[in-house]
Structure formats: structure tokens, C-alpha cells
Ligand binder design. Structure first.
Ligand code: ADP
Ligand code: ZN
Length: 215
């Protein structure tokens, strides 16, 4: 399957994407994971992206399109991909459209995961992430803590609170979402690709996607 996952920070894009990869071998492509990996590795990309990320601002479109132009041409994308956190602005969506046309790739749908704001705020402040850039497993101190406090179940690395998950950066990320990313819902509605799923459980979101793919 070839899907775009839309939704506010904390809507569950990453969790849903991970579950979908287990279904048919499609790869999860998370620009946030790629950027955090680059910051940790200290690459040029990481150095350019870090300040924007820590403030909860978007990284410039040019940098993102540079990453994605290469990533979508890697062979593992042939089976399908789940775009998690990309596109995030109208210019990114337009550039993606051109890129996919050139590659002859057709999207199945853009899933808009619609979760109430109070649930989002609660999730983001209690979210914890594995610090290993190759893992980046997601936990929640209340609903899904690691078996041993502060230690990743999957890889044993420390589980941390992301630097952009302070209260200030979170509220800024949500403003940025409303201003820059929410307009993509209309963009993909015009393309006839948008499917909105109102659900707070990842299982419900997955089932709605499966039903749509089968229809
Ligand atoms: P979340 O969805 O929880 O906000 P992500 O891991 O998707 O988190 O993104 C973390 C940060 O990485 C964003 O706040 C932003 O700075 C940067 N980022 C990720 N994807 C993009 C993108 N497509 N365009 C611009 N910036 C991005
Ligand atoms: Zn881990």
C-alpha cells in the first residue's frame, strides 16, 4: 500500500505506520525519525535541522524534499510505503505530487487521523521515545510504559523525553500543525484521496484503513 498519514503531532501516525508495515511489507518513512537520526549522527543535515526541531518549527521544505527525493527511489519502496510526517506543508505536497508523477507511482489514499486536542496534549506530555536512532520505539508513561523503567524493550537503549516535548515546544508544534499542515486535508480532498478517521485507538484506525483498501 502507498499511503500518506496525516494528523496532528500525537495523533498516532507513527504507531499506525508501524502496525501497517507488519501487514504487507510496506516501509514506514518518517521524516521525523530520519531527521532525529541525522541530528544524533551529527551529519550536515542534522546540524541544519536541529535548531528548528528543538523549537518545534518545521525544517525548511528544500531540506525535506532533498531527503524524500532520494528516499522514495530506494528499492524497499517498491512494495509500498507509509509516509509518516510528510508532507507537512502545501509546497511539500505539491512537490511530492510532481515527484510521484515522474516516478509513475500512484497513492492509495491520504489518511487523516483525527484525534481531539485534549487527547493529543495528554499523549504528547506523557510520550517517551527510544533514544537509539535505529529504533525510536514509542512508549507512554501512563498507557504503554517500557517493562523496565527508562529502558527500551526492543533494544535496551535509554528511553527519553524528546527535546521538542516540553510544554512550550508542544504548543508551538500544534500551532504550526494548524497553520501549515491542516490545509493538506483540503489539498488531498481535492485530489480525491483523503479519508478522515476519527478514532483514538490505533486498532480502530487500522481497521478503517483495511476496510477502505478492500473497498
Ligand atoms: P510529530 O509528528 O510528533 O510532531 P515528527 O517526528 O514527525 O513529530 O517531527 C519532529 C520534528 O521534525 C518536527 O517538529 C519538525 O521540526 C521536523 N519535521 C519532521 N517532518 C517534517 C516535514 N515533513 N517538514 C518539515 N519539518 C519536519
Ligand atoms: Zn529501542
Amino acid at each position: 500500500m502507498k499511503l500518506i498519514l496525516l494528523g496532528a503531532p500525537g495523533a498516532g501516525k507513527g504507531t499506525v505506520a508501524k502496525l501497517l508495515t507488519e501487514m504487507d511489507g510496506s516501509v514506514q518513512i518518517s521524516t521525523g525519525d530520519i531527521l532525529r537520526g541525522a541530528v544524533q549522527a551529527g551529519t550536515e543535515l542534522g546540524k541544519q535541522a536541529q535548531a528548528y526541531m528543538n523549537a518545534g518549527d518545521l525544517v525548511p521544505d528544500e531540506l525535506i524534499m532533498g531527503i524524500m527525493g532520494k528516499r522514495l527511489q530506494e528499492p524497499d519502496c517498491e512494495k509500498g510505503f507509509l509516509l509518516d510526517g510528510f508532507p507537512r506543508t502545501i509546497p511539500q505536497a505539491e512537490a511530492l505530487k510532481v515527484m510521484l508523477d515522474e516516478l509513475g507511482i500512484k497513492l492509495d489514499m491520504a489518511v487523516n487521523i483525527d484525534v481531539p486536542r485534549d487527547v493529543i496534549l495528554d499523549r504528547l506530555t506523557t510520550r517517551r521515545t527510544c533514544s537509539n536512532s535505529d529504533c525510536q520505539a514509542i512508549y507512554n508513561v501512563k498507557s504503554n510504559p517500557p517493562k523496565v523503567e527508562g529502558v527500551c524493550d526492543k533494544c535496551g537503549s535509554p528511553v527519553i523525553q524528546r527535546e521538542d516535548e516540553t510544554e512550550e515546544a508542544i504548543s508551538h508544534r500544534l500551532e504550526t500543525y494548524n497553520e501549515k499542515t491542516a490545509p493538506l486535508i483540503g489539498f488531498y480532498e481535492n485530489e480525491g484521496l483523503c479519508v478522515t478517521v476519527k478514532a483514538t485507538s490505533s486498532e480502530d484506525v487500522i481497521n478503517a484503513i483495511k476496510a477502505r483498501l478492500a473497498a
